[in-house]
Design a protein around this ligand. Structure first.
Ligand SMILES: Nc1nc2c(ncn2[C@@H]2O[C@H](COP(=O)(O)OP(=O)(O)OP(=O)(O)O)[C@@H](O)[C@H]2O)c(=O)[nH]1
Ligand SMILES: [Mg+2]
Length: 323
């Protein structure tokens, strides 16, 4: 048995060490990751994937911890991926929180992992998608992906999820603007955390105001849930909404969303592979540099050059096929 097959089997058996090694592979060695995912892919597609995003310090990690506990209480297994966390996944700096997180990480039914953007050759979005597949294949019932909602790549990452929760909290300044830009359309559930703070109601109203701007017809209207993550207040209501959304998806949208996700991943994979193989070949044959010079000399524009090179390649391939 190859090393990768061994790791894949370990993942399928739910072995903690194998899961950890598999995720490390997705972070560090894209070629191996591709082989590994091919081995486990038939066993994926069972988990409910939850995306949790929002501005830094909104309480995402603290909420995640409480959501994990609630799912554990009803006997479900959970995987957590925190993407490029600005603060360590400890639910804040409080000693008590840290101890509670440690407790969670010794629970066999829970797997928690942080992934960093830096030093990631294949890109964080790709590695995160692969890590989700690994946890899914490992049999986790629920997978939570936590990202700081800051830019386009975070929006991409969060799209791996079936249920997207956008977390906000009072006292984060103008961040409602950040939520408006890109986050609003993707939210299935809004959470206003830190509801113990007096201006929480204003945050709820801000979100409602933005929601009302959206006049598209909808079959699911994103609810706004108030929580106090540090005490666990509002968590049962949040879980209830997550489950409602899961059932809603299963009644129809899930298949459509799966197809959309498959399409996006297939296009991404084709782009990567076409780019990799064709550019490699053009460079080996020294045609790449030649065209670069032509572009610099204004003999041809980049898009036309690409079209010409691609057509030449396609023609060659079809001649080979006929021969
Ligand atoms: N008052 C109050 N504080 C909270 C609540 N939830 C979280 N906090 C505190 O807010 C701080 C940030 O919480 P985190 O859970 O680390 O927030 P986060 O969104 O994961 O932060 P990043 O990962 O850095 O983006 C911590 O000090 C928490 O203890 C809450 O409901 N009320
Ligand atoms: Mg966090």
């Amino acid at each position: 048995m190859s090393k990768l097959e061994e790791i894949a089997n370990g993942v399928l058996a739910g072995n903690r060490r194998s899961i950890a090694r598999a995720i490390t592979i997705t972070e560090n060695t894209p070629e191996e990751a591709q082989k590994l995912i091919a081995l486990i892919y038939p066993h994926t597609g069972k988990a409910h994937i939850i995306g949790l995003t929002g501005p830094g310090g909104a309480g995402k990690s603290t909420l995640t911890e409480k959501i994990v506990r609630e799912y554990r209480r009803v006997g479900k297994t959970v995987g957590v991926i925190a993407v490029d966390p600005t603060s360590p996944f400890t639910g804040g700096a409080f000693l008590g929180d840290r101890i509670r997180m440690q407790e969670l990480s010794t629970d066999e039914g829970v797997f928690i992992r942080s992934m960093a953007t830096r030093n990631n050759p294949g890109g964080i979005a790709k590695a995160t998608k692969d890590a989700v597949k690994i946890l899914d294949a490992a049999g986790k019932d629920v997978i939570i992906v936590e990202t700081v909602g800051a830019g386009q790549s975070e929006v991409e990452i969060i799209k791996v999820a079936q249920t997207i929760i956008v977390v906000h909290a009072p006292g984060l300044g103008d961040d409602i603007q950040a939520i408006k830009a890109g986050m609003m359309e993707i939210a299935d559930i809004f959470v206003v955390n830190k509801a113990d703070r007096e201006n929480a109601e204003k945050t709820v109203m801000d979100i409602q105001a933005v929601l009302q701007l959206d006049t598209r017809e909808k079959t699911w209207i994103p609810p706004i849930i108030k929580t106090v993550a540090v005490t666990g207040e509002g968590i049962p209501q949040l879980i209830e909404k997550i489950e409602e959304h899961r059932v809603f998806l299963q009644k129809g949208l899930l298949h459509k969303r799966s197809l959309e996700k498959a399409e996006a991943e297939l296009i991404e994979a084709i782009k990567e592979q076409v780019t990799g193989s064709i550019i490699g070949k053009l460079k080996r044959e020294r045609r790449f540099e030649k065209v670069l010079q032509q572009i610099v000399d204004r003999e041809i524009d980049p898009a036309s050059a690409a079209e010409r090179l691609l057509n030449q390649e396609l023609e060659k391939n079809s001649q080979n096929d006929e021969a």
